[in-house]
Design a protein. Structure first.
Length: 239
């Protein structure tokens, strides 16, 4: 299964698929949705997002632990006053499958797309100018804030700072956050002045985009058809 190459159709396809399959309520269609996104990820050029997947699954382990203990139902096992329910375990597995599938699809579709191209695609779909500028600004300055924070952390380590449980550590991290925000704001002011000196008016330049190819329409249509099939399967699910 291949996603459309045209970014406008890719945005519509991915957002539409996530919207359509958000109400999945049964484990069979949920794992089929996960399998579909795995197929898209494995056939898409580029490395597999192992790091993001590991970080996400570490969070989802908490769901697998807590949901069976909090949702009533048929008991799987009992340890003292705590019991895990079959319904809670199925709910946790379904949520994990849906969240993992959404992460894989979004990462595969947009992780290697430049922010400017994404902004042009959004403008081509008729998104408001202010929303596109806000999105591009957030994407651009997250990397700057991360770089400023890394430099400050290197400076703290050069001064033999070792994090501990104490007031000094909390004060140091508070100063780190404050200095990171101040330096990011100063960098943003310098960038804004440089843009104004080059005649920028704060608008996203829009050039006419070529029409989507027939292959892109076919890829998007097949993917959404598969997604609609999963939704119909979930609605007709018989336990």
């Amino acid at each position: 299964m291949i996603l459309p190459l045209d970014l406008r159709l890719r945005l519509v396809t991915v957002v539409g698929a996530l919207f359509i399959l958000s109400p999945l309520a049964h484990l069979g269609p949920g794992f089929a949705w996960l399998g579909l996104t795995l197929a898209v990820t494995l056939t898409h050029p580029g490395p597999f997002p192992w790091r993001r997947l590991v970080h996400l699954e570490a969070f989802l382990v908490l769901l697998l632990i807590t949901l069976p203990l909090t949702i009533p139902g048929e008991a799987l096992f009992q340890v003292g006053s705590f019991g895990a329910s079959r319904e809670g375990m199925l709910r946790a597995l379904l949520v994990a499958a849906k969240v993992t599938a959404a992460m894989l699809l979004l990462t595969t579709a947009f992780s290697r797309v430049e922010p400017v191209r994404l902004g042009l695609a959004l403008r081509g779909l008729g998104c408001p100018e202010a929303l596109v500028r806000l999105l591009l600004g957030v994407i651009r300055y997250l990397s700057l804030i991360r770089a400023e924070a890394a430099r400050l952390q290197d400076a703290m380590r050069m001064r033999a700072f070792v994090p501990r449980t104490g007031l000094h550590t909390w004060r140091s991290y508070g100063n780190l956050i404050g200095m990171t925000l101040l330096r990011a704001m100063a960098r943003a002011d310098r960038v804004e002045e440089a843009m104004r000196m080059r005649g920028s008016r704060g608008l996203v330049p829009v050039s006419p985009l070529p029409p989507a190819a027939r292959r892109d329409w076919l890829a998007g249509g097949l993917f959404l058809a598969a997604v609609c099939g999963l939704l119909i399967w979930d609605l007709l699910w018989v336990t």
